[in-house]
Design a protein around this ligand. Structure first.
Ligand code: SF4
Length: 490
């Protein structure tokens, strides 16, 4: 497939629209050539400025069939560049829908945070009806997606009622896993291959925690939430976990904390001793992720635990007593069927967790799954997600955060569901970018939200070995974060 841009360079946005219809393709990109000379499939995207109007054209050819669209806008439009881009995206979307017979329910909203746009519209005072018209007519969204995005925005508004601009969250990265699941492309290292690094990683991480606390404590900032993620934080042994959690409670003032999550993740890493330490060190929310309640699917994704191990860990977590337990599921896993996924959802609902996060499989380049060319064709993910949404809503859960990733099956989304008033604040902060999050450890990134809303991201080293080797630079990055904070947040 060749993409030709003429009189514009909206490559990033428009390439994303083409990918909705023709996924997993490398495009040939050209500028200002005429499509008549091309053999094969192409999309020709042209902007031509006249005296008063600008003419926007898309011409697409796929398998010998062609479709063309045109629209004009005023040169004097307030948001001229933005209008040109959105109009071209819409024309392209319509051409490709006509030629492929496919549709994409999020329309031309290809970004990862569709709810952020809805939140902005609500904040501008737009009515629900106006928001629905805008999403449907300008962005070509399907009603089902508009409804879920709007419901999610409303839940967030309630959950974030008393958010303070002087509060922040901490993210602590433990980038190790007991083994690698086949669908995963996170920068996590399996414990088998990196066990030697763990003691030094834990020591450096404790140093980074103390250094950061020294800088940010007692400066009028309130620590709101703490989140241990990874990887699988419970890949560490009980004493390593305790050392890091104690470093947090010894260094930071936790008296205003509203939520403290530890992702236990995989059932094969969970023990009573670790859960008791997690609780006694102050965490009140734990995530245990079965992904599926079908042993043969767990085997197919190389996730080395069983359904029974998950249920046992879940019951143990309940017995020890946490304010909230989250369980992650994935729709569209290899060998899974709609019936088996429905059974997964029903079994999870019987366990009655406070939060359920329903992900859609995203085929990542780095994941082993993709390398084995098992890209799932005609995947029933959409039916699975629909069933999960219906059952969760019937069971009293509200959607509270939603995001999309590249290459998600059927262009779907991930949705966090929660019982009322049990929403994870951290998940909303990270997704809606409305609170600064200071990241500690390898593979994580700090995101600072300035008073005027602009964002600054500071990336930590990706891998544990780099993190350990260049630890001085890691501390310099914390200095940089503090300088930004002084000038733009305090
Ligand atoms: S446990 Fe999670 S982070 Fe670790 S390999 Fe599996 S999916 Fe990836």
């Amino acid at each position: 497939m060749t993409l030709i841009f003429s009189g514009n360079d909206f490559k990033y946005e428009l390439e994303s629209v083409v990918k909705l219809f023709i996924p997993a393709t490398l495009f040939d990109i050209h500028y200002d050539i005429k499509p008549e000379y091309l053999v094969g499939d192409y999309c020709f995207i042209r902007r031509k400025k006249g005296k008063e109007n600008t003419y926007l054209y898309t011409v697409c050819r796929i398998d010998g069939k062609s479709d063309a669209r045109v629209q004009s806008i005023l040169n004097s439009a307030d948001n001229y560049e933005g209008d040109c881009e959105i109009t071209l995206a819409r024309l392209l979307f319509k051409c490709l829908t006509a030629l492929t017979g496919k549709s994409a329910k999020w329309g031309i909203l290809t970004g990862i945070r569709p709810v952020k746009r809805v939140n902005k519209m609500i904040d501008m005072g737009m009515s629900r009806q106006d928001i629905e018209s805008e999403l449907s007519e300008t962005f070509l969204c399907d009603k089902s997606k508009i409804d879920i995005a709007y419901k999610t925005a409303l839940t967030q508004k309630r959950a974030l009622e008393d958010i303070s601009s002087k509060s922040f969250s901490l993210y602590v990265s433990i980038p190790f896993c007991p083994s690698r699941c086949s669908y995963c492309s996170f920068v996590s290292q399996s414990v088998e291959s990196s066990i030697k690094l763990i003691p030094e990683y834990v020591d450096r991480l404790c140093d980074e925690i103390a250094y950061t606390a020294n800088m940010f404590s007692d400066k009028g900032l309130r620590l709101d939430t703490v989140y241990f993620g990874g990887g699988t934080p419970t890949s560490l042994d009980a004493s390593q976990l305790e050392k890091i959690m104690k470093a947090i409670s010894d260094s930071f003032d936790l008296s205003s904390l509203r939520e403290y999550t530890v992702e236990a993740g995989r059932a094969d890493t969970i023990t009573r001793e670790k859960l008791e330490i997690i609780k006694s060190c102050g965490a009140d929310r734990v995530s245990i992720n079965p992904q599926t309640m079908n042993d043969s699917v767990l085997k197919a994704i190389d996730r080395r635990h069983t359904v029974k191990q998950f249920v046992d860990s879940y019951m143990l977590t309940k017995e020890i007593g946490f304010n909230s337990i989250n369980t992650d599921l994935i729709a569209g896993l290899p060998t899974d069927t709609v019936e088996s996924f429905m059974k997964t959802v029903d079994e999870i609902l019987r366990l009655d967790p406070e939060n359920v996060t329903v992900h859609t499989l995203s085929i990542k380049r780095a994941a082993d799954l993709n390398r084995r060319s098992e890209t799932v064709i005609d995947n029933p993910a959409e039916k699975m997600v629909e069933y999960a949404s219906k059952r969760l809503m019937e069971s009293g859960y509200d959607p509270y955060y939603l995001y999309r990733q590249k290459n998600m099956l059927e262009n779907l989304e991930n949705i966090g569901w929660s019982k009322p008033y049990k929403e994870s604040l951290y998940n909303i902060y990270i997704m809606e970018e409305n609170q600064s999050i200071i990241a500690l450890g390898a593979g994580a990134s700090t995101k600072l939200v300035a008073r005027d809303g602009h964002l600054k991201r500071i990336f930590n080293y990706k891998f544990p070995l780099e993190y350990i080797k260049h630890f001085d630079t890691m501390l310099e990055k914390k200095n940089e974060a503090w300088e930004f904070c002084k000038q733009n947040i305090l």
